[in-house]
Design a protein around this ligand. Structure first.
Ligand SMILES: Cc1cc2nc3c(=O)[nH]c(=O)nc-3n(C[C@H](O)[C@H](O)[C@H](O)COP(=O)(O)O)c2cc1C
Ligand code: SF4
Length: 503
């Protein structure tokens, strides 16, 4: 095959040479240059480079394969996938985010594209007497146990943790301004608080195992520092503190900031070396058992002047989680909220095995935490924030019905900023300026337009939640129950989520 390709390329080159010799016109000179370029490239592929066997065997032609490999994601999205089969977030869900963000028409014609007889199909049973969706209560939830003195009245939908570093400064500014415009909260992610977070929107200050913005490096180890933490935690924008144990996309693994994205500015905020890969440790250095953990929660609460303090994790070993909740009950001290992240959760960068094979999916994790809090009599004190691919109002209603009080969304808000799911967040090449530190690409995201979109998406999704709650015949969002949602199970019978998960 190699000889045939070389013969064709060289033959064409000779032909162009002869043509140009007899007819020395501009067009022929251009043809000759192009064909000479191809000949040199073919000879390079076949004889000079030694790394790529495919290119040695199929000079030039093998390069086409790489082009298609590179563009596979886009080709798939634009030409192959239908509305329901794109992953991780299908086109139908992505479209509703774009429509709600841009305040475009958000109805669909002709009927559902879903197969309502397939196993796993889920739906809500509505009432013959819907309530008035204009008067549905419960879109705010008060977070704060009896241990906290500055309770926070949260929206039922907030922006889940994503750091400056993982996201661009313009993305962070647009998210925070959107949160301000729409009166909801923006989680800083584990990368600390940057000036771009301080645009007036409410903040949930996340403290990860790297203690960025809450600690320092001592003897090569990241450790919590009371003073550094306090300085940030008492900022008026900070409404709650979230201590991160793990996230669903990589539980048991600390956060990863790729070297390319660790710019001078980001490194300064995190107090680390610029342009090096930053791996947060997999566990906290401030405590090593539940008693010490509870003492740490109380210390953080005191240092932040009594703001609500929560813990975020993806459910793993359930015995461990139960022991932790039992310890909360026994010591009569506990966090104000637990953020349960599903194994299906998103990330800027994670090892494949951790993303695919570690961590309990949200529904099972959420139900377990809810049941266990009830078992130990703590459900009234500790609120649950759930995150894991919540995009439209049905996702929100379902998670609330299964026991969540509040929903966190990360990727949906990225979509509202214009993310096209190109899935290059770990490469610093995000084409829409959301998940990159490349200045030119960052400039593509214009904050003053995107902040509105963030606000619109939140506002319209909350409105859609209210419409669903009204269709069920309830007066308040908080009244939705697992027995209102149904699923066609494996045996093709329809069962309520209450029967499936709570009996
Ligand atoms: C780009 C990106 C960065 C993230 N960074 C963090 C982080 O710093 N801390 C954290 O706890 N979770 C982080 N997450 C996880 C989200 O906060 C959230 O828990 C998860 O993506 C599930 O929500 P989603 O399905 O709505 O995206 C990140 C997710 C994404 C997509
Ligand atoms: S467009 Fe692609 S690279 Fe940018 S945020 Fe979205 S998924 Fe990540």
């Amino acid at each position: 095959m190699r000889d045939t390709i070389l013969a064709v390329v060289i033959g064409l080159n000779v032909l162009c040479g002869v043509l140009t010799f007899f007819m020395p016109e501009m067009g022929n000179f251009i043809l000759l240059s192009i064909s000479t370029g191809f000949t040199l490239l073919a000879l390079f592929d076949a004889f000079v480079q030694k790394k790529h066997s495919l290119m040695r065997a199929f000079p030039i032609v093998a390069r086409l394969r790489w082009v298609f490999e590179e563009e596979r994601e886009k080709i798939q999205q634009y030409f192959i996938e239908d509305d329901l089969n794109g992953t991780p977030i299908n086109r139908e869900k992505r479209s509703i985010v774009y429509q709600r963000s841009k305040k475009e028409i958000e109805t669909i014609p002709f009927g559902t594209q879903h197969d309502v007889y397939r196993k796993g199909y889920e739906f809500v049973k509505h009432s013959l007497f819907p309530t008035d969706h204009h008067h549905i209560a419960g879109e705010r939830v008060l977070i704060g146990s009896d241990k906290c003195s500055q309770k926070y009245n949260a929206s039922i939908i907030n922006i889940s943790a994503m750091s400056f570093g993982s996201l661009s400064k313009n993305a962070i500014m647009a998210l925070n301004q959107g949160a301000k415009l729409g009166d909801f909260a923006h989680n800083t992610g584990e990368g600390g608080i940057s000036p771009y977070h301080l645009q007036g929107g409410d903040l949930i200050f996340q403290v990860g195992t790297g203690y960025f913005g809450a600690g320092e490096t001592k003897n090569g180890k990241r450790v919590f520092n009371d003073e550094i933490f306090k300085k940030n935690a008492i900022k008026p924008e900070v409404k709650m503190i979230e201590i991160k144990f793990s996230q669903g996309a990589k539980p048991g693994h600390g956060g990863i900031l790729p070297a390319k994205k660790n710019t001078e500015e980001i490194a300064k905020i995190r107090s680390v070396e610029p342009f090096t890969r930053v791996d947060s440790p997999p566990r906290h250095s401030s405590f090593s058992n539940f008693k010490e953990m509870i003492a740490f929660i109380q210390k953080v609460r005191d240092l932040s002047d009594g703001k609500p303090v929560g813990v975020k994790f993806c459910v793993g070993n359930t015995d461990e989680i139960e022991s932790m909740i039992k310890e909360f009950a026994d010591s009569n001290n506990y966090p104000d909220f637990i953020a349960v992240d599903g194994g299906e959760g998103g990330t800027g960068s994670a090892p494949l095995e951790f993303t695919n094979y570690i961590g309990t999916p949200l529904i099972e994790g959420l139900v377990f935490v809810n049941k266990t809090l009830k078992k130990y009599g703590l459900r009234d004190q500790i609120k649950i924030i759930a995150s894991g691919k919540a995009v439209d109002a049905f996702d929100v209603v379902k998670y609330l019905a299964l026991g969540a009080d509040v929903i966190g969304m990360a990727r949906s808000f990225m979509l509202s900023l214009g993310c096209i799911q190109a899935r290059e967040c770990n490469l610093d090449t995000c084409p829409v300026g959301v998940a990159t530190q490349d200045e030119d690409l960052v400039e593509a995201l214009v904050v003053k337009y995107k902040n509105e979109r963030v606000k619109n998406y939140h506002q319209k999704t909350v409105a859609a939640v209210k419409e669903m709650i009204a269709a069920i015949g309830k007066e308040s969002i908080s009244n939705v129950e697992a027995k209102n949602i149904f699923r066609r199970d494996k045996s093709e019978k329809i069962a309520s989520l209450d029967e499936i998960y709570y009996n």
